[in-house]
Design a binder for this molecule. Structure first.
Ligand SMILES: Nc1ccc(Br)nc1
Length: 446
């Protein structure tokens, strides 16, 4: 009954035929809305992308870290009106804890740095590649998950850290064939806004909220921005000055307006000179309107854009010197960036730079007679022991089927185990690209 049951769809007990509804009850085979599967060809591209993320991180001496995709919701509750908060994928677990699927990696990194405390001497150069989530109403049909590459330097107050991070991103672009004619960095500092707000005695605790409002300046009508700033308690005069400063397009002009004594101008001048030392001046430009949409940035901020203007920001980051102390940690300076796995693929498609990543198996091994299946497995084990990939044919199949599979998996070599050859301790080898074939002793196979 048991074996028969296994043949009627695994239903135990009476051998009644499946009812119509049971047969029609096929699960939804698509992934949840806004999420992606990675079948082999997509997984090869993702692995190629992540390999380049990790290779650049290694070249810059960064250590890989990771955190749970599920975090306490409290890590992401900030009161500055950020989109990331509005779209938090959060819920109450069975222990009545408020938890969230992480929307970004930086708060988790800050948590781990505080947890490690003095046991991890500064500076820290950590990187992570992790899936991040948002719950957005599907009306906009956007994704709800993406993978982010994050690089963070913890414990360095100087802008040499930001220069290093920008250099690492440019190194990544160069590795995959993207040049300064394809993309650029818009760079500014939140200290520009801070110095304006201070001139108008606007309290520091409004700083984050003002930045989040201004970050939407390209997406919302100007009068909405002005109303939001007014509602946040910013005077009309201060609003006019803020908007004037945000339209500045050169450091020289910025210095004329803010004066040369402030940190904003000093930081930006030093950053641009450091980036020039790397030979990367053509990659970056000052743009006072760059503020980024995360409340915790306190200094240099940057984002990378495609010069054709067809895509959303490719990556972005900046300095966040107060984040650790807001979590109750020491006052440790930090900066970092996030680089998503989706826009970069759109850019590579646009530029015809997607890599050719075919499956490649070195050997397909097949027993010509069923009684030689064990020998075929031994041949596979020997080859694998030599570091060679082997697709072992696991069933009795006609040779035509084997050749068809060999072509589909792009095998380089067909190893045939047949009685005639095996009597002599030999196996048959066929090089599938040239058609060359020969017999060889098993212990000479390499
Ligand atoms: N933060 C975030 C998370 C997930 C996606 Br898709 N985009 C942005």
């Amino acid at each position: 009954a048991e074996s028969a049951a296994s043949h009627n769809g695994g239903r135990s007990g009476a051998l009644s035929p499946p009812t119509v509804t049971e047969e029609l009850q096929r699960i939804d085979v698509n992934p949840p809305k806004g999420t992606r599967d990675f079948p082999p060809e997509d997984m090869r591209l993702r692995n190629w992308l992540f390999h380049n993320f990790r290779e650049v991180s290694r070249l810059f001496g960064f250590e890989e870290v990771d955190f749970p995709v599920l975090e306490s919701e409290a890590l992401f509750i900030r009161k500055a009106g950020e989109e990331i908060r509005d779209q938090l994928y959060c819920f109450e677990d069975r222990g009545n804890r408020r938890v969230a699927l992480r929307p970004e990696l930086t708060p988790s990194l800050a948590r781990l740095v505080i947890q490690k405390g003095k046991s991890v001497p500064l500076p820290l150069k950590w990187f992570a590649v992790g899936q991040c989530w948002r719950y957005e109403r599907m009306t906009r049909g956007r994704r709800r998950e993406h993978y982010q590459w994050n690089m963070d330097i913890i414990g360095v107050p100087e802008v040499t850290a930001e220069a290093e991070l920008i250099s690492s991103i440019i190194t990544f672009f160069k590795r995959i064939g993207i040049s300064e004619s394809d993309v650029g960095f818009r760079v500014s500092s939140r200290k520009v806004l801070q110095e304006v707000l201070r001139c108008y005695s606007i309290p520091e605790n409004l700083f984050g909220k003002v930045c989040i409002i201004i970050d939407k300046i390209e997406k919302l009508p100007l009068d909405v921005i002005k109303n939001d700033l007014k509602s946040a308690g910013i005077s009309e005069e201060a609003i006019e000055e803020l908007l004037r400063v945000l339209s500045i397009k050169s450091l020289t002009e910025l210095e004329e307006i803010l004066g040369g004594a402030g940190e904003a101008v000093a930081d930006l001048k030093l950053l641009f000179s450091l980036v020039e030392n790397f030979g990367y001046s053509d990659w970056i430009q000052f743009d006072a309107s760059v503020v980024r949409g995360l409340a915790y940035y306190t200094g240099i901020v940057f984002e990378c854009f495609d010069r054709d203007g067809k895509l959303r920001a490719i990556c972005g980051g900046g300095r966040y010197d107060r984040l650790l102390s807001t979590f109750g940690g020491d006052d440790i300076p930090a900066c970092g960036f996030g680089f998503g796995d989706a826009v970069i693929v759109e850019l590579l498609k646009e530029k015809g730079l997607l890599p050719e990543l075919d499956l490649q198996v070195e050997n397909i091994v097949c027993a010509l007679d069923h009684n030689l299946q064990g020998v075929a497995a031994t041949v596979a084990t020997i080859l694998r022991g030599k570091g060679q990939s082997v697709d072992l044919v696991l069933e009795s199949k006609p040779l035509k089927w084997v050749f068809k599979r060999a072509a589909r998996i792009n095998a380089q070599r067909l190893i045939l185990v047949g009685n005639t050859e095996w009597q002599k301790g030999m196996v048959g080898v066929k090089i599938l690209s040239s058609g060359e074939q020969y017999e060889i002793k098993l212990d000479e196979l390499e």
